[in-house]
Design a protein around this ligand. Structure first.
Ligand code: C5P
Length: 299
């Protein structure tokens, strides 16, 4: 009998991404407020002769299918810890923009880990799964927990954040990706010779999330990587401007970009902003999504 397990996992937007000075290990200390949004990948694992990864969806061609894929690395990490062979076929049904600053690759890592744990009946504790996630990458633990969370350290040490309502977003997908290390490198170049403050979560932002107040959240949004992403991809300024002109409450680069995020007052205005962004010709696609969304879940 060939059984399989499917896990659905959300994308994220960083409603606050406060970045500190580079650390000796090359990473940056962060105060990173993650919000899971309702754009999902589905990862299915099935027993196979050997580990292999396949991917479907409009941007599947941009997804690496070798051992650098975080889903493959997650399966190997869990199998290694439990002394079993990672012989699974991992299929990723991809809907999250690729290399877009929405943690799609990280989400697939978290999803594959949860799926393999169920398939192999590994019985790993939540703590062990979170530990493996943190080894895989700074954004991977959040894919597992979803909702909203503050990430400190390099972003992997999570505390849940309360969200008191639904927020409506539009995500403008750009042509091509941006490399996260390149964006952090540009941040270092732009801030060289200046004193970079210790990153800290904004109390106003946390209060806005708690109240479910979109106007207050719009005022408090912030991304310290935005200047670096715009420096590497100046055309993103046109996308941000087009969404703001169409009535978004606020616009910002999502994580390290190049996806841009637009917070709107309600679902109807999200649809209007998405239509205007598409018509503006400043992006390849515009997706409407609500937040918060649940973390990785077996379906
Ligand atoms: O942890 P992850 O593998 O996702 O990080 C990708 C890259 O992003 C790192 O190699 C580093 O260049 C940069 N990064 C950083 N500081 C962080 C997280 C990521 O400099 N806190």
């Amino acid at each position: 009998m060939s059984q399989s397990v499917t896990v659905r996992v959300p994308a994220k937007v960083n409603v606050q991404l406060a970045v500190g000075a580079p650390r000796p290990d090359g990473f940056h200390d962060l105060a990173n407020v993650f919000l899971a949004v309702g754009l999902y990948d589905e990862v299915t694992v099935t027993p196979a002769e050997a580990l292999r990864v396949t991917c479907s969806g409009p941007d599947a061609g941009q997804v690496p299918l070798d051992a650098t894929n975080l889903a493959a690395r997650a399966a190997i990490a869990l199998a290694d810890r439990h002394g079993i062979a990672p012989d699974v076929h991992i299929h990723i049904a991809k809907d999250i923009p690729v290399a877009g600053g929405m943690a799609g690759g990280s989400a697939d890592g978290a999803a594959a880990l949860l799926a393999c744990d169920a398939l192999w009946a590994t019985g790993a504790s939540r703590e062990e799964l979170l530990e493996i996630c943190a080894e895989l990458g700074s954004d991977v633990p959040f894919g597992l927990v979803g909702g909203a969370a503050l990430g400190v350290g390099r972003g992997e040490q999570l505390t849940a954040v309360e969200v008191g309502g639904t927020f409506h977003w539009v995500f403008a997908v750009a042509d091509g990706g941006l490399s996260t290390p390149a964006v952090y490198g540009e941040f270092d170049r732009l801030t060289a010779g200046t004193r970079v403050p210790e990153p800290a979560a904004s109390p106003a932002l946390l209060a806005a999330l708690r109240k479910g107040d979109a106007t207050a959240l719009a005022d408090a949004l912030g991304n310290d990587l935005q200047a670096a992403a715009l420096s590497l991809r100046p055309s993103l300024a046109d996308t941000l401007g087009a969404g703001t002109a169409a009535g978004a409450l606020a616009a910002l680069v999502s994580g390290s970009g190049p996806t841009t995020a637009f917070l709107t007052a309600d679902e109807e205005s999200a649809r209007k902003v998405a239509d205007a962004l598409l018509a503006s010709g400043t992006c390849r696609d515009a997706r409407v999504a609500a937040s918060p969304a649940a973390g990785a879940t077996v379906v």
